[in-house]
Every structure is written in structure tokens, then in C-alpha cells.
Design a protein around this ligand. Structure first.
Ligand code: AMP
Ligand code: MG
Length: 424
């Protein structure tokens, strides 16, 4: 590990703390240790939404199963159409609508009425939109400007027989649910949903609905974490609030480890007298990593006990969200067996205001990404970047990513942004 140990105690206000691990290194250390849960179950496809498949699903037949029309119109043989720009005259002999194919023979020079999704008989090769035709008695007239094969969807053009409709280790999202149905699959084997226990720590915390005494704060992190876990499609287990007490914290971690695959805590992860998460993890299990060179979110603790992973997140509300996003979410993906790599979309855009930044730590500041009148993407800071200002997360739609070596940013400079995504 590329860490330099200094004797001087590091403070979370230091721009650069030599005991902390660079972000990329911390993430890869965490991901390399975490294992995917073994348990699988067979579910009906609607119940498999946002689960990860544990099997390959191959199409048993072509999708679509037969050649069909992409338009309402008339199906004919291209060879029966007159020279370009000349009028063609075709004899109308039948109809093929979705669910009602036309089975009879179609003589040379004839056509059939066809509707979107209607099967195109083997002997026909072209569909003409109804807007390009005139019909009189049983004759269809059209001016030829038609391409052979137009407006026909080929059998298997979505998924051919034997092709993968859903690969193993794929998250079943909205498109995948429809895809499974499109190949006639009614059940799928998926990995079990990870269980994630979470609790807040802090003597100052009050439940919403209680009256605040001086110095108290409402326990908002437990709500943010609940929402983050729900949005990550795992099963949250709320263990409540634990006071700043080592024994109580150890007891709560132990309960969490018995009940869940992951335990996530907020606060008490720094070096203050009341901060007992690190010590509690060390006495219950094994501390693997502590402190990451990023802002917000330096005092992050990661550890394990048997098969349960601990994430001790910082207490500040913005830090909770950012560290969840940057570490817990990717870890949950791996735990539930989701295929990697998942690349983060980053782009360079012009920043509309100056940004204050001390060199030394990678920062994920909150930004508002938009498109200006010239059609160019631009970003604006949400303002106060204190990690206590949760409203900045609510206003933001992206991070402004400022590398460790970057100092202040001038108005109008190019910066890297990372749009928020919720598609876990
Ligand atoms: P700590 O990490 O314990 O030093 O807490 C850092 C800051 O986050 C303090 O201002 C705490 O009051 C605040 N904080 C800690 N836990 C919560 C919580 N559950 N909800 C809202 N704020 C919190
Ligand atoms: Mg505290």
C-alpha cells in the first residue's frame, strides 16, 4: 500500500493527510476484498425486477418470430412495381393484420392489405405505406419510388434463436424485464437480495418529531441512508440510533453482522473522543481501511466480521451521500454479483463561477450541469460546499471533480463533471 506514516496526528482539516489512502486505491482495495453472495432463487420475472440474473437466458426462437410489417399499408413483390416514377397497379387479394396472418396464395401482380405487426407472406418482399397508395375497387395504385424490403422487420432482428436475451450477472432493469417477456421467459434464477443493516451514532441525534434541545440535530442520515439503500435495491434493516458509547456500538455492530451482509453506520468515524466506530470494528472484526484522501468523506472506515462487511461512513450529511455513492454502491453491486466494469461518465465543461479549492485532496464538489443558449454544457457550483449543507446535494445534478493537485478554479475554466446517476 502506498501510504507514508507520519508520527504527527492527522486532523480532518489538514489539506493533505499522509495516513489516508488515495480514493482509487481505497475503492480497488474494497472491491478486491468483497465477495459476491452465493444464494440464488428462482423468481417470476416481475419479482425479479432489480435483481441480478444468475443464469444465461437464451432465446428459444427468433424474436420477432416471423417477418412482419413496420407500417400500415400494402405488401407486394418489388418486381411487380413499374419503372421508377411510373404508376403501378396491383390487385388487392387479402389482408394480414397483427395476430391474423394471410395464408392463401398470392398471384403474381397482386398485393395484400397489411397492418403493423402483420406477418409478411414469404412470397412478398416490400411494404408500401398506405399514405403512398390510392385504392379503387380491388386495385391499389402507387407511384414507384420504393426500395425492395422496405418497412419489413426481419425474423430474429431483435434476438435470433440461441442468442442471449439476458446474460448471467446482469441487472434486471426495465428493458431486461420486457426482454425476458419477449422471449417467453416467465421465471429466472437470480441472486438473493443483499441485506444491509444501518444505524446512526451520536449523542446529539433526535428522532424526527421530537423537540430539539440546544446542540441537538435531527437524525437525517438514517433517512438518507434508507433512501440510498432502497434506491440501490437492497433490503435495508434499520437498527436505529446508537449513542457515542463503545459498548453500545459494539453491540449494534454485532447485531448487524448477525442479520445482514453489510452494515453501514454514520458518524463517529473520526478521531474525536466520542468517535468509537473504528475501535468498535476492530473489536468486533477486522478494520481493513480507514481514512481516504477525498473531500467530503475522509473519515471512512471499512472492515469485516465473518461474511459481513462494515462501512463506517462520516457523520456529515453530504459526506454520507458521497461516500455511499463512491464506495458502498459499487460494493453492493459486487456483493449482488452485478457485472463489472461500470464506468463513470465524466466530461469536461466550462465552469461559470470561480471555485475555492485547497490542494492536497481529491474533491467531489456539488454542481448544477445545464446547457447554455449556445447549446454548450456548462456547470455552476451549488455555492457553500460545507459537508453539512445537505441542500447542496438536493440542488446538484453532478459532482465537479477536482483532482488532489488542483487549486482554486478560475471562472470560465474547464472542469471535469460527473453527472449523478440513479440507475444502480
Ligand atoms: P461526527 O462524524 O460524529 O463527528 O459528526 C459530524 C457531523 O455530522 C456533526 O455535525 C454531527 O452532528 C453530524 N451528524 C452526525 N450524525 C448525523 C445524523 N445521523 N444526521 C444528521 N447529522 C448528523
Ligand atoms: Mg459524532
Amino acid at each position: 500500500m502506498n501510504k507514508i506514516k507520519f508520527d504527527t496526528a492527522a486532523s480532518c482539516m489538514d489539506p493533505c493527510d499522509f495516513e489516508s489512502t488515495p480514493y482509487e486505491q481505497a475503492l480497488s482495495e474494497i472491491l478486491s476484498q468483497i465477495k459476491t453472495i452465493d444464494g440464488v432463487e428462482r423468481l417470476r420475472i416481475r419479482d425479479a425486477m432489480y435483481r441480478v440474473s444468475a443464469e444465461d437466458i437464451k432465446a428459444q426462437q427468433d424474436i420477432p418470430a416471423s417477418r412482419n410489417s413496420a407500417m400500415d399499408g400494402y405488401a407486394c413483390r418489388h418486381g411487380n412495381l413499374a419503372e421508377k416514377d411510373q404508376i403501378s397497379r396491383l390487385n388487392l387479394v387479402g389482408t394480414s393484420a397483427a395476430g391474423h396472418p394471410f395464408f392463401s396464395e398470392i398471384p403474381d401482380g397482386a398485393c395484400i392489405r397489411i397492418f403493423t405487426g402483420g406477418v409478411v407472406p414469404d412470397e412478398l418482399d416490400t411494404v408500401i405505406m398506405q399514405e403512398d397508395c390510392q385504392v379503387e375497387n380491388n386495385w391499389v395504385y402507387t407511384k414507384n419510388s420504393h426500395r425492395m424490403g422496405q418497412h419489413i422487420r426481419n425474423a430474429g432482428e431483435d434476438i435470433a434463436v440461441g442468442e442471449l436475451a439476458l446474460a448471467k450477472n446482469q441487472l434486471i432493469g426495465t428493458a431486461e424485464l420486457g426482454l425476458l417477456a419477449s422471449v417467453g421467459c416467465s421465471e429466472v434464477v437470480v441472486r438473493q437480495k443483499p441485506k444491509v443493516a444501518f444505524f446512526s451514532t451520536g449523542d446529539e441525534l433526535r428522532a424526527v418529531g421530537e423537540t430539539l434541545k440546544p446542540g441537538d440535530v435531527y437524525d437525517s442520515n438514517r433517512y438518507t441512508l434508507f433512501a440510498l439503500l432502497k434506491a440501490a435495491h437492497v433490503q435495508p434493516i434499520d437498527l436505529g440510533v446508537v449513542r457515542d458509547d463503545l459498548d453500545q456500538t459494539i453491540a449494534a455492530l454485532t447485531v448487524g453482522a448477525q442479520q445482514a451482509d453489510v452494515v453501514v453506520t454514520s458518524a463517529g468515524a473520526s478521531v474525536g473522543d466520542a468517535d468509537c466506530i473504528k475501535q468498535a470494528i476492530e473489536s468486533v472484526g477486522e478494520l481493513k481501511l480507514w481514512k481516504v484522501a477525498m473531500k467530503p468523506g475522509r473519515p471512512l472506515a471499512f472492515g469485516r466480521f465473518n461474511d459481513t462487511w462494515f462501512f463506517g461512513l462520516p457523520g456529515n450529511p453530504v459526506s454520507v451521500m458521497v461516500t455511499f455513492d463512491k464506495f458502498v454502491r459499487p460494493a453492493l453491486r459486487k456483493i449482488r454479483g452485478e457485472r463489472t466494469p461500470i464506468s463513470t461518465l465524466r466530461m469536461n465543461v466550462r465552469c461559470l463561477n470561480p471555485i475555492f479549492k485547497r490542494r492536497g485532496r481529491l474533491e467531489f464538489q456539488r454542481g448544477i450541469l445545464s446547457v447554455n443558449d449556445d447549446g454548450q454544457a456548462v456547470v455552476e457550483s451549488t455555492g457553500n460546499q460545507s459537508s453539512g449543507v445537505l441542500s447542496s446535494m438536493s440542488r446538484a445534478n453532478c459532482y465537479i471533480v477536482l483532482p488532489a493537485e488542483t487549486g482554486n478554479v478560475q471562472e470560465g475554466s474547464m472542469v471535469t463533471v460527473e453527472p449523478f446517476t440513479t440507475n444502480i
